[in-house]
Design a protein around this ligand. Sequence first.
Ligand SMILES: [Zn+2]
Length: 363
Amino acid sequence: MNHSKFKILKSKFLFAFLLFSFFLCSAQSPKYIFYFIGDGFGIGALTYCENVAKKNGETLCFSQFPVTGLITTHSSNKLVTCSSAAVTALASGEKTNNGMLNISPDSKQVFTPISSTFHKKGYRVGIATTVSIDHATPAGFYAHSTSRTSYYDIATQLATSGFEFFAGAGFLKPTEKKMGSIFTLLRDSSYVVSTSILKCSGSTSLKNILIQPEGKDVKQLPYSIKKDKTDFTLAQITQLGIEKLTLQNDPFFFMIEGGLIDWASHDNMAKELYGEVKEFSEAIEVALKFYEQYPKETLIIVTADHETGGTLIYNDGIHFTTKNHTGNIVPIFAIGVGAEKFSGLYENTEVMKKLLQDFLLTE
Ligand SMILES: [Zn+2]
């Protein structure tokens, strides 16, 4: 090979190498991930809430996100999913039967939620909700069970998860016959359980749980429109979670559920529904402020697990057509690092795979 040919080959190689490095660098993976799930929050409720917000001179912050998409919701055995099959798809990227949580329909395979994958990668993990911490959607990020109602078993898996932050109304079944109290198990696993934002904020433990004080409902935070000053808001919980997850300069994965959007829809209560969506939006605003500080490192996803209430807009108002879930597709919104991947219409199992995509590329 003569000298000039070698030079050309060398420069071609250099060019290819530069191009390759460029693609590696451009497939950036987010350091801070917010995964918001509005339980039961479908297109009908979104339309209704957009209308109410406009009338009130308010805005739902996520509807301004640059990327919008749609996802399917059916489970492996039903066109109309329940929350545990839906969260299995959203958290683990796998379909299962209604009633099951992170276990294959034949009960032979246990699925790993994305939260555990990130935790192993050194991310700190937070799980927050407006309902009980052992309810299907939050549970889908730290537990598996052939039955979503095995609340005690689910709570024991929380104790061994090692995740850094949990928040919600409380625990549905803190004790089981002949078994220890879940609070003892949590303490033995170095979790500090607090019943006020201030106390939780002041806790020096690296593993924290916030629940409502004794006497309040373990099933749910009060509906947004019925809250008093002593009640937690999802925005306060989100702020507290960020504080706890960023104690050290580690990356984090934070799942935040608006669980009462579903309950208000089951009961066909339009005012409560708007209140919960507004509360959900205010929590997302907290994440947006964080995003504005770290725009090159943050990704915010907002989606739903399924639609509830069969909400339709006609005769100039909202109408619920069922007290149950429907099989409708639901919206997804994204902003930040890698957000563009979330546009289009696709299966709910793809969300988690899209989230992991860049990590697989750069590994
Ligand atoms: Zn429901």
